[in-house]
Design a protein around this ligand. Sequence first.
Ligand code: LLP
Length: 419
Amino acid sequence: MSEFATRSGVLHVEDISLTDIAARFGTPCYVYSRAGIVRQWQAFEAHMPAPHKVCYAVKANSNLAVLQVLAELGAGFDVVSGGEIARVLRAGGRAQDIVFSGVGKSDAEIRYALAQDIGQFNVESDAELDRISEIATEMDCVARISFRVNPDVDAKTHPYIATGLEANKFGIPMKDAMATYLRAAQLPAVEIVGADCHIGSQLTETQPFLDALDRMLVLVDALENEGITLKHLDMGGGLGVTYANETPPPIGEYLQAMHARLADYPHLALYLEPGRAIVANAGVLLTRVEYLKANRSKHFVMVDAGMNDLLRPSLYQAHHDIVNVVESSAPEVSGDIVGPVCETGDFLGQNRTLRVAAGDLLAVKSAGAYGFAMSSNYNSRPRPPEVMVNGDHAYLIRARETLEDVWRGESLIPNSNSQ
Ligand code: LLP
């Protein structure tokens, strides 16, 4: 079931047409379905073994209202910066439900996280372990830690979003993990609570997750033999979604396969950090056709959203379906759907066939994850608004930026002509 469906020839999100949304909020505009987020969240919750915690990966979509919806459902949160911790707290999430991942945590971020008493740090290196131990000692508190271990598993995904190979910058190599755990057990002000891995994003097969899980369970057993009992195992995020023809395993199938492996570990809680699987297909980027243009070899559909609004196609050659909001009888155009940014790489879709005319509305689908979150002001383009639909209500959850917003914090220098 999708919350985005065509009724009487017009694409709707829940009970509101995208034409109404465009009239009210303008284009380009990100539109999310609250029900879509809730449905995916519930699919995870329904199939998780007890005990467990699903920590939504905030980086996928960190709008406060998105976090609020998930906090109200009782979500945990996976964060990678002090800013993301602050967002979760601002949206009503609880500090104890936060796991703090990331390869480059700064002193200030570690201090802030400890002051908020977050659930745990996913520690990515020996140097970070020492730093956390020192800061926690100084603050007279205890940091709960897991180590992010790199299981050296090929996630079979785009190289930019594969993280679990030994060659990647993430985590502690599996062969060094035991020594690091034994060292941590001797350090003051840290309490070992778990182990963690995240092998990549947009995975469309279950096997790499199971390979990683098997390797992590070998570590769990070895630690137990050394007297280190873990409370939980965090298997990260990474479950893929369907953008075009991908066939990722359904959430239930992926979880049941993991659950079966964990049957012998009833006291080991399973943590997960899904981002994309919760929000990707709950959002679209609504855009309007500005011009049709053709050169000798190619047609272009120029739209008012660009790579600054949705970077994924340019950065990863990622495919997003692009569809008419209103069924059209305009002539068919085959070509690239491109934005107004001054880069040849500024496209939202290549080699598409659509019936379009200038002024038509298009919806770029599956844009709820890593869409707005990766947007920028490149070309001094104010970022689009974000709207959340709940039934027949549409809420503005982030206003369209103004030019004042774009240059906020910049200043002119005095007497720029004199030395
Ligand atoms: N946990 C950790 C430690 C992560 O690094 C990530 C994603 C996640 C969880 C969530 O992964 P997900 O369930 O969303 O796959 N910008 C890229 C994706 C980058 C993912 C980075 N890490 C994209 O647009 O495809």
